[in-house]
Design a binder for this molecule. Structure first.
Ligand code: SF4
Ligand code: SF4
Length: 193
């Protein structure tokens, strides 16, 4: 996230510690994939299962964080599992704050993550996305410009080549004209007998 903040000159906001992300996690990997990764020793997957437990169904998650559930389902389809953290307490908030895993410390990790509108990073992520799109558009324009320049260079090469051909054609033409002229001046020299 620091890289995004630095590149787009958008300072990172302060987390409000509202706990929405603790109550409504929806990783991009499926439950099965995450389990497999955890079994293979993947650090993120292990940390994830050490704190998160899945909601029984979408309605249960909707009751806690309806807005983000709808947005995630709309964007990623119905096949998403939502989780809540076993260490979150509605009054005390995070009960293991000083020992929380890296995935919590680094959240949201990227502005491309779907965030609740009340998350402190929401506005920041929207601005990053806008700047990213702008940069992408500029890059596309630069690529087109490069192509145009290459075409111009190619065209210039073709014109050069044509000029050279024309020049050599003229030389051949002059040579063809010269032979009969020489045969008149000096018949012994002539190729046309
Ligand atoms: S460990 Fe703490 S910060 Fe991390 S998800 Fe749970 S409650 Fe939130
Ligand atoms: S939802 Fe955003 S503001 Fe709230 S605790 Fe999570 S990161 Fe912080």
């Amino acid at each position: 996230m620091e890289k995004w903040a630095e590149i787009f000159n958008l300072p990172l906001p302060e987390c409000k510690k509202c706990g929405i992300c603790c109550l409504c996690a929806s990783p991009s990997k499926s439950y099965g994939e995450l389990l497999e990764k955890a079994a293979q020793g993947d650090g993120f997957a292990r940390d994830f299962f050490s704190i998160f437990i899945p909601y029984k169904n979408h309605d249960q998650a909707r009751k806690i964080c309806g807005s983000i559930v709808e947005r995630v389902l709309k964007s990623r389809g119905e096949d998403v599992v939502f989780y809540r953290c076993r260490h979150y307490h509605f009054e005390k908030k995070c009960t293991i704050y000083n020992e929380r895993p890296n995935l919590c410390r680094e959240f949201p990790g990227s502005p491309l993550v779907i965030l609740d509108e009340n998350c402190a990073f929401y506005e920041w992520s929207q601005k990053c996305r806008e700047s990213y799109k702008k940069l992408e558009k500029e890059l596309e324009e630069l690529k087109n410009r490069k192509k145009q320049l290459e075409n111009t260079k190619y065209r210039k090469k073709c014109i050069d080549l044509l000029c050279r051909l024309k020049r050599s054609e003229n030389e051949d033409y002059r040579f063809i004209l010269t032979v009969p002229a020489m045969s008149i001046v000096s018949p012994g020299w002539s190729w046309i007998r």
